[in-house]
Design a protein around this ligand. Structure first.
Ligand SMILES: Cc1cc2nc3c(=O)[nH]c(=O)nc-3n(C[C@H](O)[C@H](O)[C@H](O)COP(=O)(O)O)c2cc1C
Length: 439
């Protein structure tokens, strides 16, 4: 059979787009509505999605109050609590949550994911993040966040402790022999006794080995240490490249690094994040996107624009042109992109702010056919193994994708029409890891 796509959903319950909660028909209260989120996950499961992913940032994102109050993207449920509730209303779809290696403890993380893996019948994935939100540190007794390299150093050891704890019991350890009075066989239990640079954890974990052996390891590193951690540990990666060429290079790099450390490159799935706007015509899809972008509040857009330019432009006349601004330490590519856009399209600061504040990453905007074409092209060009989908506004934006694009992908043989296995590892085509302590 020809290679098929994997599809996961990146779920901000209202959307990742900061204008989305104002879109006609959107559900602005979805962040705090279990009923709404249950509806979304049922649609995704009916469409045979691989997974539902809930991100986490351990604090509101570091925006000024004027921008913060405009955005629905910074406040929602704690992922574990939510996914535990969703496990009870779903049967097959994978449940992926972020947990931080900087602000959490390996024992807690291992135990929570092992529990959710049992509760869900083997459908869990852990998105390993080092947490780049600088405001998070002040919620955990630190004035500033540990630097990038230190965070990744800790993450590597954190992963080894968590996976070691998951291997605490052999699969057959729990004999539950009522006649002999033996609940579990102590010879089939291993205490980790880990003493490392960052952690001292004796173990064993107080729960049986997860259904999947280990929940699936997700990661989203973009930097050199981020990619290296992905190559050494991840089984699925949320890539954030915005072009086909960029994603191909990322795919080759991460799979190449995985091969260098002795892993099978097929066992690490590259899942770029993509923002999807579906219309019955390309023009209609573009009009939806334009309407959505027009709903980004000026205070939110001007903050994003200042960030991209590396210079506070909130004091300039919103209806005047962008003046010359000094060089800065901001990302050179985004600064140049914005300045060129302003000049080429003769945009006012207000117009430019609206563009800066909308979603700037990879987007497929078109009909079911054109979006399926793009997805097929990315797959055939070895730029991805599937996509982590982001919806422009919910429920309509999600249901347009599941109701129109998914059937088109299925008709082309590019996506499953039924789940073939029970676990998230089955959906993603990943092997169950051996227990390092027990044959
Ligand atoms: C689709 C996607 C989802 C992400 N989810 C989270 C998240 O839930 N929490 C978080 O702190 N960072 C998240 N990140 C950020 C990454 O973990 C990572 O920090 C970022 O891509 C920058 O890479 P670097 O850490 O290698 O510099 C996400 C990134 C992407 C592309």
């Amino acid at each position: 059979m020809a290679k098929q796509l994997h599809l996961g959903a990146f779920m901000r319950p209202v959307s990742i787009h900061t204008g989305a909660w104002r879109y006609p028909g959107a559900l602005p209260d979805a962040n705090f509505s279990l009923a709404a989120i249950q509806r979304f996950i049922r649609s995704l499961e009916a469409a045979k999605f691989d997974y539902f992913f809930m991100a986490d940032h351990l604090g509101v994102l570091n925006l000024p109050r004027q921008a913060l109050m405009r955005s629905h993207t910074v406040t929602s449920f704690e992922p574990f609590t939510l996914l535990s509730a969703l496990a009870g209303v779903t049967e097959r779809i994978g449940l992926v949550a972020t947990a931080s290696t900087t602000y959490d403890e390996p024992f807690h993380v291992a135990r929570r994911f092992a529990s959710l893996d049992h509760i869900s019948g083997g459908r869990t994935g852990w998105n390993v993040v080092t947490t780049s939100n600088p405001d998070s540190s002040r919620n955990f007794g630190l004035e500033t966040q540990p630097d990038h390299a230190a965070r990744y150093h800790r993450a590597r050891e954190f992963h080894d402790v968590v996976t070691g704890l998951w291997d605490s019991f052999a699969d057959d350890a729990f004999v539950m022999d009522a006649a002999k009075g033996i609940y579990f066989d102590p010879a089939r239990m291993h205490a980790l006794n880990h003493k490392g640079e960052h952690f001292s954890v004796s173990g064993p974990l107080n729960i049986a080995r997860p259904v999947q052996g280990w929940p699936v390891i997700f990661q989203a590193g973009a930097s050199d240490p981020g990619r290296q951690l992905a190559a050494e540990t991840a089984e699925a990666v949320f890539a954030a490249e915005s072009t086909l060429e960029g994603s191909k290079a990322y795919y080759d790099d991460v799979k190449g690094r995985a091969a260098t450390v002795g892993r099978n490159p097929d066992h690490i799935k590259i899942m770029p994040a993509v923002f999807l706007v579906v219309g019955d015509t390309v023009e209609e899809a573009r009009a939806k996107r334009a309407k959505l972008d027009s709903l980004v509040h000026y205070d939110s857009g001007i903050h994003s624009l200042s960030g991209m330019l590396g210079h506070d432009v909130s004091g300039f006349d919103p209806d005047g042109p962008l003046p010359d601004i000094p060089e800065s330490n901001a990302s050179k590519s985004s600064r140049r992109f914005m300045i060129e856009l302003a000049r080429a399209e003769n945009l006012t600061i207000r117009q430019l702010a609206a563009k800066a504040g909308s979603y700037g990453g990879l987007a497929f905007v078109g009909t079911a056919k054109t979006i399926a074409d793009e997805m097929q092209h990315w797959l055939e060009q070895a730029a991805c193994d599937g996509f982590t989908t982001m919806f422009p506004y919910l429920p309509e934006g999600l249901e347009d994708f599941t109701g129109k694009v998914v059937p088109e992908l299925q008709a082309r043989g590019l996506f499953r029409t039924e789940y073939e296995g029970e676990t998230l590892r089955d959906h993603l085509g990943l092997p169950r890891p051996d227990n390092r302590f027990f044959a």
